[in-house]
Design a protein around this ligand. Structure first.
Ligand code: DC
Length: 221
């Protein structure tokens, strides 16, 4: 019997930062499902698959094999035998993932993989549909969100710290577009599960969020 914690929420709410810290603290395996959608998006980009053509996407998915490994506790995504983890966090890949994650062929492939992982170990899994679709029986569900401005500011600060040229307005518009796409697709749109606890991190530090969710998990255990 394994135990699962589901953390869902919009882009930039801090899901992966928080989930990673919680997993290390509570000795769970962290599963980043966004990275799987990003890996498929890398495959589509590399093979010039048109993200607006569902037929092309369906045919391309047949050629995709994604597996997950852990190196020193850090999730690695293996795409057709190659470790593509280092290619996943670009804005372009994020945009492609947001566009192509709406297709049934893409989702069913990855949901299956995610459920298999959760069967094998205690997981903290983050994404958009974990509490609603992937793991509806998770014993603890968190809906992690923050205002668009708070999320855009965090992203802007993150890129500025790395000396990457960026504009606050562009980042904000991008976040709004991704929110819209993720929340309005037909299959498994991003929404708070009925039994999820809402945590708004707009005015909270990372430590405060981790402590707060740790408390919620412990109460449920
Ligand atoms: O969390 P992220 O930014 O790495 O996710 C990239 C995209 O993948 C996101 O825009 C929507 C999609 N995604 C999804 O549809 N379902 C998930 N469980 C995780 C991510």
């Amino acid at each position: 019997m394994s135990y699962s914690v589901a953390i869902d929420g919009p882009a930039g709410a801090g899901k992966s930062t928080i989930a990673k810290l919680l997993a290390a603290k509570l000795n769970y395996i962290y599963v980043d499902t966004g990275a799987m959608y990003r890996a498929i998006a890398v495959y589509f980009s590399q093979n010039n698959v048109n993200p607006d053509d569902e037929r092309e996407i369906e045919a391309a998915v047949l050629g995709v094999d994604i597996t997950i490994e852990y190196i020193d506790g850090v999730q690695q995504v293996i795409l057709n035998g190659d470790n593509v983890t280092h290619l996943l966090r670009t804005e372009e890949t994020g945009r492609m993932a947001s566009k192509t994650s709406k297709y049934a062929a893409v989702r069913s492939k990855l949901v299956e993989l995610q459920r298999q992982l959760a069967k094998k170990a205690n997981v903290i899994m983050d994404g958009r549909d974990i509490g609603t679709t992937v793991l509806p029986d998770a014993f603890c569900k968190i809906y992690l969100t923050a205002s668009v401005d708070a999320r855009a500011k965090r992203r802007f600060d993150e890129l500025s710290a790395k000396n990457e040229p960026c504009s606050y307005e562009t980042i904000k518009a991008d976040i709004e577009e991704r929110d819209y796409q993720d929340m309005h697709r037909e299959i498994s749109p991003l929404k708070q599960a009925e039994d999820a606890v809402l945590v708004d991190t707009s005015e909270m530090t990372v430590d405060e969020v981790v402590d707060h969710i740790e408390q919620i998990i412990k109460e449920r255990q």
